[in-house]
Design a protein around this ligand. Structure first.
Ligand SMILES: [Zn+2]
Length: 68
């Protein structure tokens, strides 16, 4: 599973291809890979730092409701 945390709404996690916030350019995006149940855990309020992607300083704190 891969989740992206993008610059459009800070700290919001998106699922690949699920909404138009998932941008054309990934230059500023962090990604979460190999984190068990990451989406569900973010949904329930856990903050999960990205561990891949271009911007590794991001922390996913909420899920995009378009993607959910
Ligand atoms: Zn989204």
């Amino acid at each position: 599973m891969s989740i992206s945390a993008g610059p459009y709404r800070a700290d919001t996690a998106h699922l690949p291809g699920k909404c138009n916030h998932y941008g054309e350019s990934f230059d500023e995006w962090g990604e979460i890979h190999d984190e068990p149940n990451a989406w569900e855990r973010i949904k329930t309020g856990e903050a999960i730092p990205v561990n891949a992607g271009a911007d590794r300083a991001r922390i996913a704190r909420r899920v995009c409701f378009h993607c959910a």
